[in-house]
Ligand binder design. Structure first.
Ligand SMILES: NC(=O)c1ccc[n+]([C@@H]2O[C@H](COP(=O)([O-])OP(=O)(O)OC[C@H]3O[C@@H](n4cnc5c(N)ncnc54)[C@H](O)[C@@H]3O)[C@@H](O)[C@H]2O)c1
Ligand SMILES: O=P(O)(O)OC[C@H](O)CO
Length: 346
C-alpha cells in the first residue's frame, strides 16, 4: 500500500504544532505520521549535526531509511525553541532516557502543554511506570498520555495500517491527541488504564526475548503459541496487581503487541532471543542489533515488581535469569518445561 500523500481528515491541521522528542526509529515514524496527518511537527534529537543532516536529506537514514519527510516535518536540535513553538509534546526516547528527557523539558514547559509518551519500559532501578516517572518529574500540572500497541516503526513510517491504545485521563488532551493521530489508516483507541497499557508495553518486550530463544532453539510452533498464551496470563496477573484492567491486557497494548513482537523478526527483542539461542552474549547481541532492546532492562524490573506484589511470573523469571547470565537458554527451557501441573485459570 502506498503512503497517503495528503491527510484525508482535517482534524490534525486544526491543532497547533507538536514536538516529538527522540529521533530514533519510532520517534521518526510518529513524526512522519503526525506531519502527514497535518500537524506541523518538530522532530527533536540531541545531536545537532545528525539533525541538520536529517533536515537536509529529508530522511532519517540511520533509523528509518526510505521514509521521506513530509513538508510539515522539521528536524531540529534546539529544544527550547521547539517547545516554545509547540502546543503538545510526544516523548519517544528509550525508557532509560525518559527521566533525563523530562528534566530537560521541565523548565521549558507551559502548564497547558500536553505530554504524551511512547516509551515501552520501566524506569531502570526504580521499576516505575512511564506515567509515574512523568508525574514524579513534572508534577500533575500538565495533561499526560501514554501511547502503546502493535506498531513497528517501519510499517507506520510507510503508512501501512496501524492501531494503538492511548491511555489518558484528561478529556481535552485525549481528544486532541486522537485527532492528531487517528486517520489515514491509523486507528487510535482511547483508554483510561495507564497501568494496564504500560505493563503491556514493558512486559511484552521481555516475553519476545523468551519466544525468540524458543524459536532460536527450534522448539516449534506449539511451544511458540503456548509461551505467548502463558506470557499473556503473566502479564494479566501483573497488570491486575497494579490496578490495571485484565481487559486492557487482552487489547492492543497487551495481546496485540505481544503477538506482534513475539512472532515477527522486525522486533529487536525477538531478535535478541534468537541471538541468545545461538550462544551470543547480551552485549554481543546488542552490538549486532544497534538499536534499543527494551526487554533487557525491563526484565529485572518486571521480576522485582512481580516479587514485590507476590505475582507468579515463571516465564519472566526464566528469561531474566538468561539475560543476567545465571542460566543458559536450554536450562531456561528445562526449568519451564518441568514445572508441576496446575489449573489453567486461577
Ligand atoms: N521502533 C519501534 O518499532 C517502536 C514501536 C513502538 C514503541 N517503541 C518504543 O519507542 C521508544 C524508542 O525506541 P526506538 O525504537 O525509537 O529506539 P531507537 O533505538 O530506534 O532510537 C533511540 C533514539 O533515542 C535517542 N536517545 C538515546 N538516549 C537519549 C537521550 N538521553 N536523550 C535524547 N535522545 C536519546 C538515540 O539517539 C536514538 O535516536 C522505546 O521505548 C521503544 O520501546 C518503538
Ligand atoms: O522492536 P521491538 O521489539 O522493540 O518492538 C517494537 C514495538 O514495540 C512493536 O510494537
Amino acid at each position: 500500500m502506498a503512503p497517503p500523500s495528503q491527510p484525508t481528515e482535517d482534524t490534525a491541521a486544526a491543532h497547533g504544532p507538536i514536538t516529538v522528542l527522540g529521533a530514533g526509529s519510532f520517534g521518526t515514524a510518529l513524526a512522519v505520521h503526525l506531519a502527514r496527518r497535518g500537524s506541523d511537527t518538530f522532530l527533536w534529537g540531541r545531536n545537532a549535526d545528525k539533525m541538520a543532516a536529517m533536515e537536509a536529506a529529508r530522511e532519517n537514514a540511520q533509523y528509518l531509511p526510505g521514509c521521506h519527510f513530509p513538508a510539515r516535518l522539521a528536524a531540529v536540535s534546539d529544544l527550547a525553541a521547539a517547545v516554545r513553538d509547540s502546543e503538545d509534546l510526544l516523548i519517544s526516547t528509550p525508557s532509560y532516557a525518559l527521566r533525563e528527557t523530562l528534566e530537560s523539558l521541565k523548565p521549558l514547559l507551559r502548564p497547558d502543554q500536553g505530554i504524551a509518551c511512547a516509551c515501552k519500559g520501566l524506569e531502570p532501578n526504580t521499576g516505575r511506570l512511564v506515567h509515574e516517572v512523568i508525574l514524579d518529574v513534572v508534577g500533575a500540572r500538565n495533561p499526560i498520555a501514554v501511547i502503546s500497541g502493535p506498531t513497528f516503526a517501519k510499517e507506520l513510517g510507510i503508512g501501512l495500517p496501524t492501531a494503538v491504545t492511548i491511555a489518558a485521563q484528561d478529556e481535552g488532551f485525549t481528544r486532541r491527541l486522537v485527532g492528531r493521530l487517528h486517520g489515514d489508516g491509523f486507528r487510535a483507541y482511547s483508554s483510561e488504564d495507564f497501568a494496564g497499557v504500560e505493563i503491556g508495553g514493558a512486559a511484552k518486550n521481555v516475553m519476545a526475548i523468551g519466544v525468540g530463544i524458543a524459536d532460536g532453539l527450534s522448539l516449534g510452533a506449539n511451544t511458540r503459541a503456548g509461551m505467548i498464551t502463558r506470557a499473556l496470563a503473566e502479564m494479566m496477573r501483573l497488570g491486575k496487581a497494579l490496578g490495571g484492567k485484565p481487559e486492557t491486557l487482552m487489547g492492543l497494548a497487551g495481546m496485540g503487541d505481544l503477538v506482534l513482537t513475539c512472532t515477527d523478526n522486525q522486533s529487536r527483542n525477538r531478535r535478541m532471543g534468537l541471538l541468545l539461542a545461538q550462544g551470543k552474549t547480551v552485549p554481543e547481541a546488542i552490538q549486532e542489533i544497534q538499536q534499543v532492546v527494551e526487554g533487557v532492562r525491563a526484565a529485572p524490573e518486571v521480576v522485582r515488581l512481580a516479587r514485590r506484589l507476590e505475582v507468579e511470573m515463571p516465564i519472566t523469571e526464566a528469561i531474566n535469569a538468561v539475560i543476567q547470565g545465571e542460566i543458559t537458554p536450554v536450562q531456561a527451557v528445562m526449568q519451564l518445561a518441568t514445572r508441576p501441573a496446575r489449573a489453567e485459570l486461577e
